[in-house]
Ligand binder design. Structure first.
Ligand code: EPU
Length: 420
């Protein structure tokens, strides 16, 4: 498995352009299954998760063409049974279920299973499909959903940790082709859900309220092809902004949507980071001494769980005590033990990490456990003295387009070491 070798201690300087959002493009790719007509998706990030989703679409019978950052999908004739092993490997693949159910009135997919950041159940997705009239059966590791008729319904998608992002997208996609009106209460408000809704609207769906906790979908008989540009990745932007601050550099971020980043930027500003806007560009640098801040992850528009690990690194570099509380996933602190190898002092108390910041970090070999933990280790390596080897780089390639290239462009000394 490839690793990244990072020579730390160099402040990042220069410009970086943000790619399309992973968590928007995956359900948007799934949504192309709702029509037999060709769909064009632009600003598609070059990620292994995208290639993986393309394979899933192909295995269902769709024609998929990826040229640069533009994807064309034509799902003229598709089947409703997904490949067991392909689907099981990637959590995001669960969102093919809503489109298959909507278009074919049946869907069979393997259970996506748990993952390193928590149990990640799909009960809310299934509750939504059942409310639309689908019969759900779990058998032999597969979930089967079948409906003679899909009928619009009023449903509540709130769960233990609040709303569900992919669950909202999944049920919304199925409901576009149901008979009658569906109202989703406690819907996820994340920008990625809005982007999926906008793609569906471009396909002819009737949806209002996306971005609010109440989404109303009036079913239509069929959807048509559409041409859509994916929103920029707010978590990628947050990651580069935090890397700029952690290394005491100055980075211009191009192509991001600052309105999607309010919670992250608010905390960063409280922590003493300067973020200025000039037209479409954002410049991030330290305004002076850093100050410790407490952070709690929440559904949008709160602080995103996907930026928690990266923010923790900034706090590990900041003198004082910071309490970081994770409210979305139960075990998303896998980076803590690896950050300790670099010299960070962090204790875990239930859902909170107590960061005793300000100790100097020094490079070490570390093992990434998931995508955002890996991003945090990269930031820590960039800020640490000496060499940090981040192993299992495939996690980063799932969610960050050309991360080593983009960092090198900012002056970082980062090399990809291929395993021989
Ligand atoms: N939940 C349930 N039942 C369900 C679904 C979710 O109890 O049926 C719980 C989860 O266990 C969790 C909470 O609800 O406690 C929120 O999970 P959510 O369903 O919103 O997560 P997701 O849709 O599976 C997406 C992103 C994640 C991101 C979360 C939260 C994709 C492909 N994944 O996951 O992204 O952390 O929303 O914002 O869109 C990442 O990019 O690194 C990543 C993990």
């Amino acid at each position: 498995m490839d690793s990244l070798s990072i020579e730390g201690g160099i402040p990042l300087h220069g410009e970086v352009t943000i790619s399309g959002a992973k968590n928007a493009v995956l359900p948007i790719m799934a949504a192309t299954l709702l029509t037999a007509e060709p769909c064009i998706i632009r600003r598609v990030p070059d990620l292994s998760d995208v290639k993986f989703m393309a394979q899933i679409l192909t295995s269902l019978g769709a024609e998929v063409k990826l040229e640069g950052n533009t994807l064309e999908v034509r799902a003229a004739r598709i089947k409703g049974v997904g490949d067991y092993d392909l689907i099981r490997k990637m959590r995001g693949s669960i969102c093919i279920m809503g489109p298959l159910l909507g278009r074919l009135r049946q869907a069979t997919v393997s259970l996506p299973g748990g993952c390193i950041i928590g149990a990640r159940p799909i009960n809310l997705h299934l509750k939504g499909f059942a409310a639309l009239g689908a019969e759900i059966k779990v058998e032999g590791g597969y979930v089967h959903a079948k409906a003679e008729r899909l009928t619009g319904a009023d449903l509540f998608l709130g769960g233990r940790a609040g709303s569900t992002v992919l669950g909202t997208a999944n049920v919304m996609m199925a409901a576009t082709l149901a008979d009658g009106v569906t109202v989703i209460e406690s819907a996820a408000c994340e920008p990625e859900v809005v982007d999926v809704a906008n793609f569906l609207i471009a396909m002819g769906a009737k949806i209002t309220g996306a971005g609010s906790p109440t989404i109303t979908i009036t079913g239509v008989k069929e959807l048509h092809g559409a041409d859509h540009e994916v929103i920029p990745d707010r978590i990628e932007a947050a990651t580069y902004a935090l890397a700029a601050a952690a290394t005491n550099g100055e980075v211009k971020i191009l192509g991001a949507r600052p309105d999607h980043l309010s919670a992250v930027f608010d905390k960063m500003r409280d922590a003493g980071v300067r973020i200025t806007r000039h037209g479409a560009a954002l410049t991030v640098s330290r305004g002076g001494d850093l100050k410790s801040v407490d952070v709690t992850t929440l559904p949008y528009s709160g602080f995103p769980t996907d930026a928690q690990a990266q923010m923790m690194v900034l706090m590990a570099l900041t003198p004082g005590i910071s309490i970081i509380t994770e409210r979305i996933f139960e075990s998303r602190f896998m980076h803590v033990s690896e950050l300790a190898r670099l010299g960070a002092e962090i204790d875990i108390e239930g859902p909170s990490a107590i960061v005793k910041g300000g100790r100097p970090l020094s490079g070490a070999p570390v093992m990434a456990s998931d995508l955002r933990a890996s991003a945090a280790l990269v930031i820590a390596g960039l800020a640490a003295r000496g060499t940090t080897q981040v192993n299992r780089v495939y996690h980063l390639d799932r969610g960050y387009e050309n991360i080593d290239g983009k960092l090198r462009q900012l002056g970082a000394r980062v090399a990809r070491v291929e395993e021989t």
